[in-house]
Design a protein around this ligand. Sequence first.
Ligand code: ADP
Ligand code: MG
Length: 254
Amino acid sequence: MTALLEVERVSIQFGGLKAVENVSFTAEKGQVTSIIGPNGAGKTTLFNAITRNVRIREGSIRLNGREISHLTPLEITGRGIRRTFQNGGLFGQLTAIENILVGLHTEIHSSFLGTLLHGREARAQERAAIARAKELLAEFEIDAPENIPVGQLSGGDQRLIEIARAWCTEAQLLMLDEPAVGLSPPVRSRVLDAIRGIAVNKGVAVLMIEHTMEMVLKGSDKIIVLNGGKLLASGSPAEIREDRTVAEAYLGYV
Ligand SMILES: Nc1ncnc2c1ncn2[C@@H]1O[C@H](COP(=O)(O)OP(=O)(O)O)[C@@H](O)[C@H]1O
Ligand SMILES: [Mg+2]
């Protein structure tokens, strides 16, 4: 069976810098695939290539067996690929529901003329979107009082709102760039559980960049290790734990 996402022999260059070199891996439905590696390993660049924020120099990126490396970022979204960014992207002054509505807006199709002609329909759509936003908050067990700006919520709740917002339009491939960075261990586990829930219960392929080895070993089906833009190893958590090259180059123990 073809994997949902196939990255094959991808290279990305910035001027003279080879940020990603000849990297191949796949991501499957219903699984969490994690990308780890030290700072500057090329993890975010690889994400940017998949969402077409950067251009690949060589190789192929396929979704459901179809090449997507030539599409525009908007077309990538249209294919059901969603992502969060490394440095967040919530509107701190808006409430949780308002933030999620921003994510849902692509689903609200009423044009300005349509709004004038069919005001009732537009209002019904808005009510449905608000109901969906509330449903998502409940599903992710996010404790967000209705009138509180998200900037005042806990770090864990903010991270979950970001993930819920990215997921809300029912992605096939959900890409999360360091979703647990800066969180305390118990909050990290809570975020990880929510991420696993999306993969396992919804059959979504989750591709996650993460620094914390312990979190990756626990919460992934497959781990891709990058170092200096190159693929150092890939395999199950058990395989990565046993891998001598990874132990030497990345984990700092032998
Ligand atoms: N837009 C860009 N222009 C030039 N160099 C970049 C750009 N984006 C990333 N890089 C460089 O590519 C390398 C990989 O960066 P990045 O993918 O952000 O690493 P990681 O996410 O693994 O920490 C780094 O040396 C970084 O400085
Ligand atoms: Mg990064």
